[in-house]
Design a protein around this ligand. Structure first.
Ligand code: FES
Length: 111
């Protein structure tokens, strides 16, 4: 995976790699909400409520978990301790301050 900095990009920009969407890479302002970035850039993370209730946006931060903020109580309702230890988050509850790569289970496998 190419993790070199984007030439000319301001230091406050970060890169999000959407692994389950052909490893699509987008840049976003540091500190943004992961689901919002996905929506704006068509990253493809599944979601329903956007408010930490449904659990649809569960995803695995495969690299860069140290660039995400603290796990919220709402996330603990949907994630096991083991999942959290592996790096699972709920995208709508996660804010990112640096480069990450994220994957998820496609929800529309029957389509
Ligand atoms: S979209 Fe429903 S919990 Fe994140």
């Amino acid at each position: 995976m190419n993790t070199a900095a984007t030439p000319g990009a301001p230091a406050s920009m970060i890169r999000i790699t959407f692994l389950s969407n052909d490893a699509k890479v987008v840049s976003a302002a540091a500190g943004g909400n992961l689901l919002r970035i996905s929506l704006r850039e068509q990253g493809g993370i599944p979601f329903k409520c956007g408010g930490g209730l449904c659990g649809t946006c569960k995803c695995l931060v495969e690299t860069g978990i140290e660039h995400t903020d603290a796990i919220k109580p709402k996330e603990k309702k949907h994630l096991t301790e083991a999942e959290m230890a592996q790096g699972y988050r709920m995208a709508c509850q996660t804010f990112v301050s640096g480069d990450i790569a994220v994957s998820w289970q496609p929800r529309d496998a029957g389509k």
